[in-house]
Structures are given as structure tokens and as C-alpha cells.
Ligand binder design. Structure first.
Ligand SMILES: [Zn+2]
Length: 313
């Protein structure tokens, strides 16, 4: 059986898997990133792929990266989790592996995995909207992954919802992005903002002022208990994400919208808010055909998708 390698490069871990042509995970490995220098990361990727199988480095390989990528030239334009800007990762990997390596945005890899082998199996039009450390969207439309001219398409997290000069600063270096108001990385600051605007919160007191203890899970628990600040924050984020999801559904007319990522996984009541706002704001004809689903492949979706992309000729 012909195998390919899928790699998922996150902000703190690298995962790699041998993937069969039908998307089955044959074997997988992971390691924790110790340094974030590009040279060191490439060496660790090679080490991890060798661990899968001594022959794996010569197999077709695709790697999902949480970054805005110039896919055609293999350059990481903006990778906030790794602190990378304009890193020629594709060329570095090609040199290390001795053959071209395909780079793909992490949400694009996840979407290919879910569309072909997961929650969207059997459908040709599938969107994945994930909210975790960042906010990402991937779109498979008429069976094809939408990458755009340079691989930068569907960057929903970096669409602007406020002024690019006075809006909240985003990890991408710009201001006013959807992600800066709704992603996991910004939750503690957003809670402080909501609190400062007059909403009481037992959550901040419970965290002893340590904002490092505030995350999607603690906010979800507080919101369910009726904490005013947590409820106000979830309503605000639910509305922003719901409108973004609605406009995306109106633009792409998908059959399936998959909602996932660390924040949404930990916060079912936020998923409900996003879904109900999405339904209220989507153009009626497109809404009548879309179904909202959770992920089916979970944290394996990106590995499966990258492996399936590596199998493509
Ligand atoms: Zn941004």
C-alpha cells in the first residue's frame, strides 16, 4: 500500500502520521517543540518523520501550519504562534527531505480531512470554522479546496470587524481582526474589558486577579452559572462569530458547516450562541440547505487532511 506523510505543526507541538490513500492513520507520533528557530523546527520534523518509519522521509509529505502562507513559494508570511514572519519553510524542508514538501494552512488541512473523511464525508461543499488560539476557516467548494492565487484565501480570522488603525491588536500584527475579539488567546483581556464596562464577575475574583487562570472552560462554567461578565462576553463573541459564520455561509452556500477548535470544544453554550446568530443572519435560501455539525476526526483532522493532500498527484 502506498503511504504518505501528514504533518501538523502547531505552536507547541509537532505531530506526524503515516496516512493511507483512504485517509486511515496507519501510525502517528508527536513531540513537544523546545525551540522555535526555523532550523531547529525543521530538524525536529525530520527526526519525527524518521520515527514513523525509516523510509518515511522519502514518502510524499504535506504539512499543515497555523499561519498565513504563500503556498506557491512555500513561505510562511505570518505565523503568530511560532513568531515567524517571512520564513522560507518550504525550501528548508525540501533541502532536509531531498524532495518538495507541500505546505498548507492548518485549517485547510483540517477542512480536507473533515470534508473527505469526517463530518462532511459524501458532501462536495463543506466549511470548517475553528476557534482556538486563533480563528480559522477552511472551504472545500465543489470538491476543491479554496486556496486563492497565493494560498491566502479564507483567512476569516483576519477579516476586519473594527478599524485597522484603532481596533484591538491581533497576533498577525494588524488591528481590528475578528480573531482579536473572539479567539482563545484574547479571552482574558476581553473579559477585563467587559468587566471594566460595568459587568460584575465572580470569575476575576475566583482567579485571584491571575488572568492566566481565565480560559474558555472557566468562562463557560461562569456563564452557565449566570456570571454577568461571562454571559456578556459569550454574547458578544457569539454575535461576532455568528455574523462572520452567517456571511461565510451566504458567500459559499455549503451543505455542512463544521464548528470546532479548542474554545468551541470547551464551550457548548458558546456554540449554541454562534449557531443561533448564524441562523438569524444567513440569507434564507442558503440557510435552508446548511447543516451545522461538530468535528468527527477531532484533533486528527489536520493530520488526515495533510496526508490526503500529500497523496494528491
Ligand atoms: Zn489578524
Amino acid at each position: 500500500m502506498k503511504l504518505a506523510v501528514g504533518v501538523d505543526l502547531g505552536g507547541s507541538t509537532i505531530r506526524a502520521a503515516l496516512i493511507a490513500p483512504d485517509g486511515q492513520v496507519v501510525r502517528s507520533e508527536r513531540l513537544v517543540l523546545t525551540g522555535r528557530e526555523p532550523e531547529a523546527v525543521v530538524a525536529r520534523v525530520l527526526e519525527l518523520v524518521r520515527r514513523l518509519d525509516p523510509a518515511a522521509p522519502s514518502m510524499p509529505l504535506a504539512m499543515g501550519v497555523a499561519a498565513q502562507l504563500w503556498v506557491r513559494t512555500g513561505v510562511v508570511a505570518v505565523g503568530p504562534n511560532l513568531g515567524w514572519f517571512d520564513v522560507p519553510l518550504g525550501a528548508m524542508l525540501a533541502e532536509a527531505f531531498g524532495h518538495p514538501v507541500r505546505l498548507v494552512n492548518d485549517l485547510d488541512a483540517i477542512t480536507v480531512g473533515e470534508a473527505r473523511r469526517g463530518a462532511g464525508r459524501g458532501e462536495r461543499d463543506v466549511l470548517c470554522l475553528f476557534v482556538g488560539t486563533g480563528v480559522g476557516l477552511g472551504a472545500v467548494v465543489q470538491g476543491l479546496l479554496i486556496e486563492g492565487a497565493d494560498g491566502l484565501a479564507t483567512e476569516l480570522g483576519h477579516t476586519k470587524i473594527e478599524s485597522p488603525t484603532t481596533g484591538r491588536p491581533c497576533g498577525c500584527g494588524e488591528r481590528g481582526c475578528l480573531e482579536a475579539y473572539t479567539s482563545g488567546r484574547h479571552l482574558p483581556e476581553r473579559l477585563v474589558e467587559i468587566h471594566g464596562s460595568g459587568f460584575a464577575s465572580s470569575l476575576l475574583a475566583a482567579a485571584g486577579g491571575d488572568l492566566g487562570k481565565v480560559n474558555a472552560l472557566t468562562i463557560e462554567q461562569a456563564a452557565l452559572a449566570g456570571d454577568p461578565a461571562a454571559v456578556a462576553l459569550w454574547n458578544d463573541i457569539g454575535e461576532k462569530l455568528g455574523i462572520a459564520a452567517a456571511n461565510t455561509v451566504t458567500l459559499f452556500n455549503p451543505r455542512v458547516l463544521v464548528l470546532g477548535g479548542g474554545v468551541l470544544t470547551m464551550a457548548p453554550s458558546l456554540v449554541q450562541r454562534v449557531t443561533s446568530v448564524m441562523k438569524a443572519y444567513t440569507a434564507r435560501p442558503a440557510l435552508s440547505k446548511v447543516e451545522v455539525r461538530g468535528t468527527e476526526l477531532g484533533d486528527q483532522a489536520g493530520l488526515v487532511g495533510a496526508g490526503l493532500i500529500a497523496h494528491e498527484p
